[in-house]
Each structure stands twice: as C-alpha cells, then as structure tokens.
Design a protein around this ligand. Structure first.
Ligand SMILES: Nc1ncnc2c1ncn2[C@@H]1O[C@H](COP(=O)(O)OP(=O)(O)OP(=O)(O)O)[C@@H](O)[C@H]1O
Ligand SMILES: Cc1cn([C@H]2C[C@H](O)[C@@H](COP(=O)(O)O)O2)c(=O)[nH]c1=O
Length: 214
C-alpha cells in the first residue's frame, strides 16, 4: 500500500514547485509516484464551480464559507476511488492541497482556529461521512505571508492565466490562514504534520525517507 502525502501552504508558497521536486527525487530513488492537485480544475464540475466563484462569477456564492467548503469536499469525494486505486499501485500518492486546505482557509474566513467548530465539521463531512482516504503525512510548506504574496504576484505577472482570486487578494485572510495552518500542524490534525521551511533549500531526497524506514 502506498503512502498518501499532502502538501499544504498559503497561496504562492511554492507547493507546486515542491511537488515537482519531490516527484523527481522519488523517481530518481526508484519509487513510483503519482500526483493530484485540488481543486481539480478542468476535471471536476465542482472544482470549476469553485473557480467561477473565486473570480466572483457566481453571484454571492463565495460569501458562503460552508457553501464553498461543500464544493471543495464534493471535488475530493469524486476523486476518492481514484486515490484509493493509486495507493494500491504506487509507492507515493502526492496531493497538492487536500482536506486541510478547507480546514485552514474556511476557519480563517470565519475567524476560528484549529479547535473551532468548522475544523470539527469538515473532518466529520469529509472523513467520517464521505470516507476520504486519510493522509499518512502532511508537509506544511511554511513561508511568511509577505513572501507567499510576493511569489503569487510574480506568478501573476509571468502567467496571465493565473490572476489572483478573491482569497489570494485578501492579505488578512492569508495571515489568519497561516496561523490556522500552524495550529493544525501543532496538533497533528488528522495525521502527522512536518513543517518545511519554504525559504531554505529543501533536500527532496531525505524529506520522505522516514515514511519508508521501518
Ligand atoms: N523556493 C522558492 N524560491 C523562490 N521562488 C519560488 C520558490 N518556490 C516557488 N517559487 C516561485 O513562486 C511562485 C509560486 O510557486 P508555486 O506555483 O509553486 O506556488 P503554489 O503554492 O503552488 O501556488 P498556488 O497555491 O497559488 O497555486 C512561482 O513563480 C515559483 O516559481
Ligand atoms: C482545495 C481547497 C482550496 N481552498 C482555497 C485555497 C486557494 O486560495 C483557493 C484555490 O486553490 P488554488 O490552490 O489556488 O488553486 O481555494 C480552500 O479554501 N479549500 C480547499 O479545500
């Protein structure tokens, strides 16, 4: 059975870059790996509705924290069978964002913390009710909010199709979200968390080795 590894962090933290580095290192070490990024834009109708809402194209939908969280959750529910199949066929299934993204962003939007009502609710919905696979490890790619914002802005300049959405444009939300992520990591919410300093050089080869050491 493969290991389910989730990368979490703020918008622009460098999650996709970390995922690419980890995939290359795992493959160089002879391990098989497959990956998914949530929301699954272009694959899931729920993810595409999320994107429309994040750019203000579905009226007041984005105002509803729970409404948005249900869309993110339905996207993941639609991927659950594929993730289970992938875990049977690969050493590592790497996810760029998962249930903890909903926990962190939605709790931050509601000015709650890792012990709040929303974090309890999203676990009940996605893990207990929908039966989503539980991660073996979360990697929290931690960077200061200003660094994440600068990277997101640079990416927006480099790629016109990556204009910042309403969450990415809200500095207060990103700051609160970073605090909720720290809290989730502190209590090892749902599964173990490992914090990765996104400003330092990452040793991709050693990061996941503990998962394979008996
Ligand atoms: N360690 C790093 N040092 C400097 N720049 C970086 C680093 N990691 C990523 N970047 C740059 O920051 C920008 C954002 O990176 P990336 O797309 O990997 O972030 P992300 O966390 O996946 O973003 P999002 O969640 O918003 O999609 C890119 O321009 C990328 O090249
Ligand atoms: C999966 C997921 C994401 N979010 C938030 C995080 C981002 O601000 C946006 C879009 O994600 P992307 O990585 O920038 O494409 O949505 C969330 O609140 N809940 C989730 O489950």
């Amino acid at each position: 059975m493969g290991k389910l590894v989730v990368i979490e962090g703020l918008d622009g933290a460098g999650k996709r870059t970390l995922a690419n580095g980890l995939i290359a290192a795992l493959e160089a070490d002879g391990r098989t790996v497959t990956s998914h990024a949530f929301p699954r834009y272009g694959i899931s109708v729920h993810a595409d509705l999320v994107r429309d809402a994040l750019y203000g194209n579905i009226g007041d939908l984005s105002d509803s924290v729970y409404g948005m969280a249900v869309l993110y959750a339905l996207d993941r529910r639609g991927a659950a069978d594929e993730i289970r199949k992938d875990l049977g066929e690969h050493d590592v299934v790497l996810l760029d964002r998962y249930v903890a993204s909903s926990a962190a962003y939605s709790a931050a939007r509601l000015h709650q913390d890792e012990h709040g009502e929303f974090v309890r609710w999203v676990r009940e919905l996605e893990v207990e009710r929908f039966g989503l696979p539980v991660p073996d490890l979360h990697l929290l790619l931690r960077v200061p909010v200003e660094v994440a914002a600068e990277r997101a802005a640079r990416r927006e300049r480099d790629d016109a199709s990556r204009a910042r959405d309403i969450y990415e444009s809200d500095g207060g939300l990103q700051a609160r979200c970073g605090a909720v992520y720290d809290g989730l990591a502190n209590i090892n919410w749902l599964a173990p968390w490992q914090v990765v300093d996104g400003r330092s050089k990452v040793n991709f080869h050693s990061l996941l080795e503990p998962l394979f050491t008996p």
